[in-house]
Design a protein around this ligand. Structure first.
Ligand code: SAH
Ligand code: SF4
Length: 350
């Protein structure tokens, strides 16, 4: 059966028109989906014969939750979904006092292969379709609605390299921000990339003012070639120029992510190089304490080293924050629940 969100608004309206149903039925259906309804039968303001026909022809979602884990005393929920065809991806809901953020996946696996990342440890699976990305948002909205909360922010920081699945990601951003579906403002959507320069330039032309995050991790090519292998194709200076171009075109400050690896990229030299690279740019630096991944040679720095690195980067004149480490105790960074399930081949309970 066809997942209903694989149809665009126009396609669903055409399907409805063939059954002599008015176009506003599409808005009603979307509104039920956005509020977390998973059965067509309970869409009460849709006439019964139409509901029956919808149920015969469509699925509300193509995602099957195969594992769920909680952390931070219930403030963080990580769900592993099986996709049509058998690959799996994960999404993480993080609840804060003033917002609720969903960390979303754009690919099953990742072709970039950063050596510190759990997602990069498995062979690349496939690109997600736009509807599979949107369905992660719809499922998070369902969970949050049931708690009296609202999905307010989305970050493309789950599995996969969003810029390597460009069309589907842009389409999903449009749907996530569509007021008739989830209505998450593009400004509250962060697209994080390892640095595919042509796609960053293209993004600047799209008129979807998302926040761009660059996974920098090193400010010199020699080290970044190892930590983020796509750097061999798109060197770090060109990358920062492209990101600066995006910042100027959109007026949006760019976030630079820096996963902190003890003894590798947390030294005085790294802080100086980072300062030299980003000085006078519309930039904000996020330090992410490394979330340990088995079978990697990396370690997280201790708190004192993180603080001291932060001070050194601040002394270079940059804006810096240390990102909180939500979800640590439950397989932490995105990609790790997947890793645990893949290793054990045992679902961990829904
Ligand atoms: N592929 C994209 C988006 C997904 S990764 C990208 O790399 O930007 C999202 C962020 O999590 C990236 O900044 C990535 O470097 C970081 N990350 C990956 N593995 C991590 C780990 N084990 N600990 C901390 N951060 C990690
Ligand atoms: Fe892919 Fe991002 Fe992980 Fe690198 S850090 S392997 S780009 S998901």
């Amino acid at each position: 059966m066809t997942p209903i969100l694989s149809l665009s608004a126009a396609e669903l309206e055409a399907w409805l028109a063939k059954r002599d149903a008015p176009a506003y039925r599409r808005r009603q259906i979307w509104s039920w989906l956005a509020r977390g309804t998973t059965s067509f039968a309970s869409m009460r303001d849709v006439p019964k014969p139409l509901r029956d026909e919808l149920a015969r022809e469509f699925r509300a979602t193509s995602l099957r939750a195969i594992a769920v884990s909680q952390a931070d005393r219930g403030l963080t929920t990580k769900t592993l979904y099986e996709l049509d065809g058998g690959h799996s991806v994960e999404a993480v809901v993080m609840r804060y006092a003033d917002r609720s953020t969903l960390c979303i996946s754009s690919q099953a696996g990742c072709p970039i292969g950063c050596p510190f990342c759990a997602t990069g440890m498995f062979p690349f699976g496939r690109n997600l379709n736009a509807h599979e990305i949107v369905e992660q948002g719809v499922d998070a909205a369902r969970l949050l609605t049931s708690e009296g909360r609202r999905l307010s922010h989305v970050v493309f920081m789950g599995m996969g390299e969003p810029m390597a699945n460009y069309r589907a990601v842009i389409e999903s951003v449009r749907r996530l921000s569509d007021p008739e579906l989830l209505g998450v403002s593009p400004r509250r959507i962060v697209v994080s990339t390892s640095g595919l320069i042509p796609r960053i330039e293209q993004l600047g032309e799209e008129k979807v003012p998302v926040t761009l995050a660059i996974s920098l991790h090193a400010a010199r090519d020699e080290l970044r070639d190892v930590l983020v292998p796509i750097n061999r194709k798109y060197p770090v200076r060109d990358l920062v120029d492209a990101a600066q171009g995006y910042a100027e075109k959109t007026g949006r400050r760019v976030s630079y992510e820096w996963v902190m690896l003890a003894g590798v990229n947390d030294t005085e030299r790294d802080a100086k190089e980072l300062g030299a690279l980003l000085k006078h740019r519309l930039a904000h630096v996020n330090l992410i304490p490394f979330n340990p991944v088995a079978d990697t040679p990396y370690r997280a720095p201790d708190r004192a080293s993180i603080r001291s690195f932060k001070e050194k980067v601040e002394a270079e004149g940059l804006n810096v924050t240390v990102r909180d480490t939500r979800g640590r105790e439950a397989d932490a960074a995105c990609g790790q629940l997947h890793e645990r399930v893949m290793r054990s081949r045992q679902p961990v309970g829904v």
